[in-house]
Structure formats: C-alpha cells, structure tokens
Ligand binder design. Structure first.
Ligand code: CP
Length: 295
C-alpha cells in the first residue's frame, strides 16, 4: 500500500498505468475506507464514495460530532484503532490545513485537498481529461507544444499548485493569468523561475487565441479576504468568449461561480470540459484505490 499526499507521489509509471487502465472492471476487495472531510465537498467526496462502492468496499463517513475525535482522539490514534480490525484501510482526508503525514502499516492516506497546498487527485483527473481531449498517445512529454493558461485565484488554489506540477512534468507550456491581488509577487516569481511559467495579469484576446486549454479556478472566498475578491480582469464573459480559439477547451475544477470566473455560455458550451473533469476525477480515484490495494 502507498499514500498520496502530493502530485510528487504520483510516479510517471503509475500515471502511464492509469492511461491504459480498464475503468469498467469491478472487483470485490477486502478493505475499509474512511472519509475524513473537514470542509464541504460534493465532487471529491461523492466520487470517492462511489469509487469505494464500485469495489464493494465499506466506506465510513466520519461524523466528527459523533466520533471519538470529539473526545480528543487524534487522527493517528483513530487510525491506529481501526487497524485493530485487521483490514487494509484507506483514509481520504480533506481540510483547511496541511494534511498530516501519517504512516501506519496497512493504512494508505489520500489527500483530497489540503488548504492551499495540493489536490493531487483533481490533477490526475484533469491530466486524463487533457489527454483524452488531445487524443494523443501518452508519453513522458506528451504535453510538449501544448499551451495551458491557468486563470484566476492562483494564490489560494490547491488545484493550481497540483496542476502546475503535473502539467509541467509532461511538458506543457503554462501561462498564469491573475491579478496582483490573487497572485503575489513571491508566488509569481517562484512559478516563473522554477516552472518556466509566463505571468500575465489580464485575460486578453491573445490568451484566448493562443492556449489550447484554459483552466479557470474557483474564487476561494473561504480563504481570501473580501477586498481580494475582484476578478473582472480574468473573467470569461459573453463579450470576450468569441475570442476563444475554436479548437481550445475550457476547464474548471468546480464548483463554478457563474459570472465570476466564467459566464454560463462558456460553462455549458461545446468547448467546455467541465463535466468531463468530474467524470475523469472519479475514474482517477477509482484507479488509485485499485492500485493502492494492489489488485
Ligand atoms: N473540485 C472539487 O474539489 O470539488 P468539491 O469541493 O465539490 O469536492
């Protein structure tokens, strides 16, 4: 068994296996799953639940108010307790802070989004979505020559942090489009120097013409100050939508704030991959469960 704390824990070999995985397979696996979600979630939580259900793995949604965590038991102690059931255990964790790196025999941890740090399973599903949209054979540099713009609240986005890592690894050329209130100088310099990202501050017609994938980010209102919420310069509106190249695709991890990150026409239009991202994040999670349990 192995844990996924970060995109760095997803090897190229594992990703290649996913690209060739038979997602239709159903098997019985003897294991237990625990969902530790300290933040609201629809897509991530329900897709994990559905994936465990696919393998007939009992999935326990930890109700913090009614569990021993309420009596002061820590996550590690709780997992040590469930280890006594002698089952392989998967712990799926989401919270506002860095995910605790707990290592216990027969317990795998999966990061389902930790604060502004990482969201590795979202990145894995997004990579699959991009590969399918390109219709290109997967190789270690299959994104060479592919331009991706990541647009919006980069400062507070774990999805941006995981996606920049995984897209860069496979050769994509990344442009970050964000206003100064949503991308600090330090973070912009880090992505410019260490990841070769281009930095711009406005969603211009050139950006809409020159990028095959435009990945919009949800405004993280729960993490940003009210004064930081202005995104007009990076919003995909009805007015600038017609500049979008006819072969380009719109992505968004969801939930979308219609009219804030993008307009309804962009969300529902035939260049949107947003529904596909939900489907593929589920498939990626199902694949990871299968691999972690070594089937
Ligand atoms: N993309 C994503 O993590 O969505 P949820 O918050 O609905 O899980």
């Amino acid at each position: 068994m192995f844990s996924i704390f970060s995109v760095d824990d997803l090897s190229n070999h594992l990703i290649e296996d996913m690209m060739h995985f038979d997602f239709a397979q159903k098997e019985l696996i003897s294991a237990l799953a625990f969902l530790f979600f300290h933040e609201p979630s629809t897509r991530t939580k329900e897709s994990f639940r559905l994936a465990f259900d696919n393998f007939k793995i009992p999935c326990i949604d930890m109700n913090f108010e009614m569990s021993s965590i309420k009596k002061g038991e820590g996550l590690k102690q709780t997992l040590q307790t469930v280890c006594n059931y002698k089952q392989k255990t998967i712990c799926v964790w989401r919270g506002n802070n860095l995910m605790p790196k707990i290592h216990l025999p027969n317990v795998a941890m999966i990061n389902a989004g930790d604060g502004i740090n990482e969201h590795p399973t979202q990145a894995l599903g997004d990579l699959l979505t991009i590969q399918q949209a390109l219709g290109k054979k997967f190789t270690s540099n299959f994104l060479q020559g592919v331009n991706v713009a990541i647009v919006g609240d980069i400062e507070n986005s774990r999805v941006a942090r995981s996606n920049i890592k995984i897209l860069k690894r496979f050769g994509a050329k990344i442009t970050l489009v964000s206003t100064a209130n949503l991308l600090s100088k330090n973070l912009a310099n880090y992505y410019k120097e260490d990841f070769g990202c281009k930095i711009t501050h406005e969603l211009t017609p050139e950006i809409l013409q020159n990028n095959q994938f435009l990945m919009f980010l949800r405004m993280q209102s729960e993490r940003a100050n009210a004064r930081d919420l202005a995104v007009e310069k990076t919003t995909l509106t009805e007015k600038n939508l017609h500049f979008l190249h006819k072969n380009s695709f719109i992505m968004h991890p969801g939930p979308v704030n219609i009219g804030v990150e993008l307009c309804r026409e962009a969300f529902e239009g035939n260049q949107s991959l947003i529904g596909k991202q939900v489907e593929n994040a589920f498939l990626a999670r199902k694949f990871l469960i299968h691999k972690i349990l070594d089937r």
